[in-house]
Design a binder for this molecule. Sequence first.
Ligand code: ASP
Length: 334
Amino acid sequence: MKRRNFLTSGALNTLALGFGLSGLAKPNLNLSSSSKSRTKKSKASGPVAICTWEFTQANATAGKLLDEGYNALDAVIQGVAVEEENIKNTTVGKGGSPDREGNVTLDACVMDHTGNCGAVMCVEDITHVAALARKVMEDTPHVILAGEGAKEFALNSGFEAENLLTEASEKAWKEWLKESKYQPIINIENHDTIGMLALDAKGNISGACTTSGLAYKMKGRVGDSPIIGSGLFIDNAIGGAVATGMGEEVIKTVGSFLIVELMRNGMSPQEACEEAVRRIVTTNPNHVNFQVAYIAINKEGETGCYCIHPGFKMMKYEKGANNPIVAGSYLQKN
Ligand code: ASP
């Protein structure tokens, strides 16, 4: 099912009814107890939550948690979890499209306001990989766990193993096998990571990024999404950025780190996203064939988004409202 269709599907509308923590009880991703105390507002204009694509429910979930006083890390992990468990979303978590051999392998990372970060790559059979990346960050001496080791760590940490290949994804994969033509399609649902950034009431910024990566990728392929600096970067003194689209191109330009550094040097989030996209298109003439999009937030709660091709949207939750923002695009402007 295409992204635009599943976003209006009954399943998500049902989910939308259950706000408040009781509505968020599933999945229980262990909100940190310290975050549950209500926090005083800082000078920053938070809370704000933004995410890639029109993942309405996920972003609203994070926004409402922020409004309730939860910290930014808890908010983004609960927010992206909505898509990780949405089996109609073929680009994230359970139901994600498999690699060309039929394995669903997930990538994710998280980064918090202290500069701490965690990531998992190429993980099979675990749905909530952003929460798993948080576990790596909090409970191990490492930043990244990959493959079997990441899965083993998940099982030892209480995550349940489940088959991530849904009937629908398997059927689509078998259809793809008939021609086996590898061609990620711009803005079409064989790639659409959810990356989310939040500024909480204390003025702290955290982010999460989670994906099944490119549909029908080579076995073992890892994109930008679990790579700190490429798929996601946070510097709590400055702001944060997260990417979606052709991961190989984001990695080559270390896109999210670049955006944060550009903001440090005085650019607004919007200007920084535009410059990061410009870096890709000016060095790679093949950009007409792939999409990359960035979203960013700064310490004041200002946000920006930009992409190569038209068709990308960011969701923005602010002051109790959740709105889709249509991103400007390089190819439209130039
Ligand atoms: N960036 C992801 C990857 O390359 C895919 C996407 O966001 O569309 O794995």
